[in-house]
Ligand binder design. Structure first.
Ligand SMILES: *Cc1c(COP(=O)(O)O)cnc(C)c1O
Ligand SMILES: [Zn+2]
Length: 427
């Protein structure tokens, strides 16, 4: 057997070199299913270590270093890469650890990817597949980071990028990137969920390849957040991995990565996954509390625009992840998100609002006794601080509607005098 596409609903399988991204028979989500028996002999800790010492463009990529587990056996020139991944796994400062409530907190900063979010790992996978199937145009609906990433990866691959935004809800840093990288940018009167519906219809009737996170090749790329993090930890599994959840592509990818690594014997146990949603965009949290595997969409509202999603496309795969990892779901308020962000930022690490949901989620789960203060916790920071400069400046100038700027770092204005400056320096 080799790598195939398999429907998670009806079980039908298809060759992997297809341009459809959902099951043609039933419309279900597809998995990229690898031949794990064949892979058992082909991958090892040593192989991945060896590639760390190589300048080969695929070995240098934090996605393609693990290509056997992502999208194996393509001609080397088909693989698209910007050298994505290789992101820092920070030890939180003691102060940030205190804030979160755990002694051993690490933060994997996916904002350090080429366009500033983890979406680059997914696009390395998705745009590679687009080239493999001979696409000329790629399309996505985006809360921002997907568009920035797709626009860039399409440009380096010579493809047209068609980006549809929900009007008025995308942050400055992200739209600017998509425009800069030469995408065809379209604002849609509607929210993200409306926009995704149009894009899915377009992918069925127009000659465009769909690159939203229902695309299973994107999830394969995003699995490497987990693989690389475990590699960085010498394959020592933490007690908890904590990730923000919007459309739930990442949560889905993480579960699949962990299941495969465990099956292959590359890790010896499963960590628990905690998915953190914004209170105003919490459909998975609601299902989790009800213990119900069905999705009831909500009208989404949160300052964390990257997770402002009410009808998550990968719900079914995220549910599977919760089962595989004995996972939990929590929700946090915009206030908690922005305060946690101020703490991550002030630690010198920095992240965009959605990312800080990880840290806010750890804090809440420790408060509730779900995470113990002595547990080893890895939080995922999904995007870069400069993605949303507006949120930073408004928080610190106390100009966010309805929110308190608990940790405001206010700007000083002084006369042009040394004495006035002196007053600002601790003796
Ligand atoms: C896309 C994105 C998310 C949400 O990830 P999902 O896979 O949709 O759950 C969170 N944070 C940032 C910064 C993102 O760009
Ligand atoms: Zn099916």
């Amino acid at each position: 057997m080799q790598t195939v596409l398999r429907c998670i609903d009806c079980g039908k399988s298809y060759p992997s070199d297809q341009a459809f991204v959902t099951c043609p028979a039933c419309g279900g989500l597809l998995d990229v299913e690898h031949d794990l028996d064949a892979l058992r002999g082909a991958v090892s800790h040593e192989l991945f270590d060896q590639r760390l010492g190589s300048w080969d463009r695929l070995d240098r990529s934090g996605v393609w270093r693990y290509r056997e587990l992502v999208l194996p056996d393509l001609p080397a020139e088909t693989y698209v890469t910007r050298g994505e991944g290789n992101t820092t796994l920070y030890d939180a400062t003691p102060r940030l650890g205190d804030y979160a409530g755990v002694r051993k907190l690490q933060l994997k900063h996916e904002g350090e990817n080429p366009t500033g979010s983890f979406k680059d790992r997914g696009m390395a996978g998705g745009v590679t597949q687009a080239r493999r199937v001979g696409a000329h145009s790629v399309i996505c609906a985006s809360t921002g980071n997907t568009s920035a990433s797709m626009a860039s990866y399409a440009a380096i691959s010579g493809l047209q990028a068609l980006v549809l935004f929900p009007e008025g809800y995308v942050s400055l840093g992200k739209i600017a990137q998509s425009v800069a990288y030469g995408a065809t940018n379209v604002q849609v009167h509607g929210d993200f969920d409306d926009t995704l519906a149009i894009v899915r219809a377009a992918a069925e009737s127009l000659p465009v390849y769909l690159l939203n996170s229902i695309n299973p090749f994107r999830l394969e790329g995003q699995k490497t957040i987990i693989i690389e993090m475990l590699h960085q930890r010498g394959w020592r599994v933490p007690d908890w991995i904590v990730v923000p959840g919007g459309n739930l592509g990442n949560s889905s990818a993480f579960g699949k990565a962990l299941m495969e690594l465990k099956t292959l014997g590359l890790i010896d146990r499963m960590p628990r996954l905690a998915i953190v949603q914004a209170e105003g965009a919490n459909p998975l949290y609601r299902s989790f509390v009800d213990g119900s595997a069905t999705l009831t969409p909500v009208k989404a509202q949160t300052i964390a625009t990257a997770i402002r999603i009410g009808n998550p496309a990968s719900f079914a795969k995220a549910w599977r992840t919760l089962e595989w990892t004995d996972g939990v779901v929590t929700e946090v308020s915009d206030q908690a998100i922005m305060d946690a962000k101020a703490q991550v930022d002030a630690a010198g690490i920095g992240c965009e609002p959605a990312s800080a949901a990880s840290v806010a989620g750890v804090r809440r789960l420790v408060d509730e006794g779900v995470i113990a203060p002595g547990d080893e916790v890895v939080g995922i920071l999904t995007g870069h601080v400069l993605k949303d400069p507006d949120a930073v400046l408004k928080y610190h100038s106390k100009a966010l509607d309805g929110l308190t700027s608990t940790f405001a770092n206010t700007m000083h204005t002084i006369p042009a005098s040394l004495d006035a400056l002196k007053a600002l320096i601790p003796a």
